[in-house]
Design a protein around this ligand. Structure first.
Ligand code: FES
Length: 367
């Protein structure tokens, strides 16, 4: 054996030993002085946040209704509702025209942040992303949650804080593995800086993980569309007509069963009764407030309408025909479909009724 070959074998053996030492160091939960590495104490929190954000993002991507603007649980409906209740409502109002893009950014962002936390790659960046998403959702959706601690977004905002401060901090993570590798090869590090090789290897791994996130998000979105049940006209029909007409003074009532009025009632047309199926509902825009509204036909020829913004934290509520109840998708409040009264919290006040009446031409009027 030549001396060159012998040197190559020695170098290979030395690299293998260094790799084993790096792996051993990553799985060690004690520092050199025997204390617990902070990252191990934060590991349960990191995994919980990672799993939760991945699940939240995939759940949105898999649900076609989240992107269907006519659905009361869509990102569009949430933005419209939040634009009337949030302290950043004027900004959210501008985003309603690109609500699908906003929904995709939120969902894929949640998956990316969650994966980053789970594998511990660029952990501080993932934590900053998680805080940004949580802050945005807090301001948009749960700002008015009362008491404030019953909204989850503010809790997530602060739960990310320790990971923003210390990152993976020695716990099993790609960040830890890369750092230990760099420490095991000090000759490659420029004094006081990070080697080009370290930047390249971190960037290559980050690009691979980002590609995986995009593929996973696309696959889940496609599967969601393939296997989603077809949308029922009973709870997603939409009426958006806002033509105004004023003649005869109407009878002020939340409900109408009459079709015999000779002249159109005073008020604003919100749509046709034919778009509200018996036992189902339709959405409209309240001409007085601009809020999303919900009109229900139950039983036949009886229409009841409500402001669809949940009084708890501003999400848009939806009617569930099978249970004959109005439900908020955000925190599960339930409202009586006849009166709008709260049946189940956390909302503490009911939905605001909107008086509607049917005109002789079959249109519904908000009065
Ligand atoms: Fe919280 Fe509706 S927004 S229950």
């Amino acid at each position: 054996m030549t001396s060159n070959a012998s040197r190559r074998l020695d170098a290979a053996a030395s690299r293998e030993d260094a790799g084993t030492a790096v792996a051993d160091e990553m799985w060690s939960w004690r520092t050199a002085d025997g204390t617990l590495k902070p990252g191990w104490a934060l590991l349960p929190l990191r995994l919980f946040l990672g799993v939760t954000f991945v699940f939240a993002g995939l759940q949105k991507l898999a649900n076609p209704d989240f992107f269907r603007s006519s659905s009361p649980i869509s990102i569009h409906a949430q933005l419209v509702g939040a634009s009337h209740t949030s302290p950043i409502g004027s900004l959210l109002g501008h985003l309603t025209s690109i609500s699908t893009l906003v929904g995709v950014i939120i969902a894929v962002g949640e998956v990316a942040v969650g994966v980053g936390a789970l594998v511990g790659l660029l952990t501080r960046v993932a934590a900053a992303g998680g805080m940004a998403l949580s802050l945005g959702l807090f301001l948009a959706v749960s700002f008015r949650t009362n008491p404030y601690y019953s909204g989850s977004d503010i809790v997530f905002l602060f739960a990310w804080t320790p990971l923003l401060v210390v990152g993976a901090a020695g716990a099993p993570a790609l960040d830890t593995w890369l750092a230990d590798r760099r420490a095991a090869a000090p000759a490659a590090e420029p004094a006081g800086g990070v080697s080009r090789r370290a930047v390249v290897s971190t960037g290559a791994i980050a690009a691979g993980v980002a590609g995986g996130v995009v593929l996973l998000s696309g696959a889940v979105a496609a599967l969601g569309r393939m296997f989603a049940p077809s949308t029922s006209a009973a709870n997603t029909s939409t009426t958006t007509t806002t033509t105004s007409t004023t003649t005869t003074a109407p009878t002020a009532s939340t409900t109408t069963t009459s079709t015999t009025a000779a002249a159109p009632p005073a008020g604003t047309v919100i749509g046709s009764t034919s778009s509200v199926p018996v036992g189902g509902s339709a959405t409209f825009t309240d001409p007085k407030t601009g809020d999303p509204g919900l009109v229900i036909q139950q039983p036949a020829d009886t229409y009841r309408a409500f402001d669809a913004i949940c009084p708890h934290a501003g999400c848009t509520v939806a009617y569930q025909p099978s249970a004959k109840i109005i439900v908020c998708p955000c925190h599960g409040s339930e409202f009586n479909a006849k009166t709008g009264a709260v049946e189940l919290g956390p909302a503490t006040t009911g939905l605001t009724p909107i008086k509607v009446v049917r005109g002789p031409n079959g249109d519904l009027y908000a009065i």
